[in-house]
Design a protein around this ligand. Structure first.
Ligand code: HEC
Length: 316
């Protein structure tokens, strides 16, 4: 976007020429990302965007979404995405905890080959990173990317938490049938800035797994619970993508400094153990993490405490 910003006050013809260049770039990228049928729509879409800009004088300094697959990156503006959007109703919205209506683009349009990818990464602007299986994105959960319109801003995520007064926009991954798709609350990344096809987290960071000798069956099941629910915010053993919460193994593992029962309580409902206004960690109820899964998660955390030097990771 920064390239266009500089031209904001220059002539419209200039903007049109720039958008035409963007259009040819999109045609190239779209073979990869958007499939044959959307190539034309992409080029069309961009020229419509140009005329929209001219008619409405809309701000061209608008949010953009980066989509990377096969080593190529496409940058899509909000208006380009809106042109491909439809209106959807989300019954049990995760960020807003109520029924919401959105303009949204099906993930199958953004990433037609989603099912072929083991893992797709959604990077939020606040450091939250969800790695979601391509099968889930293409599956019965029905994934859409909701787009916040300039004229219809969404409400704050939590007006009472000074760290959560922004909305879930500009881009937010929502699901029409999260129950059928077994989609957890941590698979609704909001404030999305980038979508990237990536190797699965564990493949990129083998030291997220306990060292062989500590890897009991419950610990390995707990690893999966961790990857789905916790790795979106926490690093572990120095490994992972997220930047929101503390590393849960270095320099020490919470099982080393919390009594087990309080750790259980904290995972179920952090405010039951300690509370302050800007806390960011959500609680996990039994529907999200069953009692058996919580046991597995604790086995995993304990196994990791014994794996702190695993793969030459050193305690600081
Ligand atoms: C949305 C982000 C997010 C998710 C998801 C999340 N956490 Fe946290 N967690 C945090 C943040 C941020 C903190 C620091 C305290 C705070 O702001 O609430 C924290 C604190 C903690 C602490 C206390 C650490 C300490 O030393 O004080 C533990 C233990 C913990 N998280 C475990 C987990 C586990 C286990 C999961 C998965 C079941 C999980 N968290 C999921 C964000 C998250």
């Amino acid at each position: 976007m920064h390239r266009l910003c500089g031209y904001a006050s220059t002539e419209k013809g200039f903007i049109r020429a720039w958008l035409q260049r963007l259009a040819s770039g999109m045609a190239l990228a779209s073979t990869l990302l958007l499939g044959q049928t959307v190539v034309a729509a992409g080029i069309d879409g961009v020229s419509v965007t140009a005329s929209l800009l001219e008619q409405t004088g809309a701000s061209i300094d608008e949010p953009r979404l980066e989509v990377t697959a096969g080593g190529k990156t496409l940058s899509l503006s909000r208006s380009e995405l809106l042109l491909r959007s439809q209106v959807i109703t989300v019954q049990k919205d995760s960020a807003y905890q109520r029924t919401m209506q959105y303009r949204a683009v099906p993930i199958s349009v953004l990433l037609p080959s989603a099912a072929d990818h083991a893992s797709v990464q959604f990077v939020a602007s606040d450091g939250f990173v969800a790695n979601i299986a391509g099968q889930d994105l293409a599956g019965v959960g029905q994934a859409y990317l909701a787009i916040e319109e300039l004229a219809h801003p969404w409400p704050p995520i939590d007006a009472n938490n000074p760290h959560k007064t922004a909305s879930a926009g500009p881009f937010y991954l929502v699901w029409l049938d999260p129950v059928a798709g077994k989609i957890s609350n941590e698979q609704w990344p909001y404030q999305v800035a980038k979508i990237r096809v990536e190797q699965p987290l564990l493949q990129r960071y083998p030291r997220l797994a306990p060292a062989q000798i500590n890897a009991s069956a419950p610990a390995m099941r707990g690893l999966q619970v961790f990857l789905k629910n916790c790795a979106v915010c926490h690093k572990m053993n120095g490994a992972g993508d997220a930047e929101i919460g503390p590393d849960l193994n270095l320099p020490y593992n919470p099982t080393q400094y919390f009594q087990t029962e309080f750790l259980r309580k904290l995972i179920r409902q952090p405010s039951a153990v300690r509370t302050w206004k800007t806390s960011l960690m959500p609680g996990f109820d039994v529907k999200t993490i069953s009692n058996a899964e919580l046991d597995d998660l604790l086995s995993y955390l304990k196994a990791m405490a014994k794996s702190q030097k695993h793969e030459s990771v050193k305690r600081q």
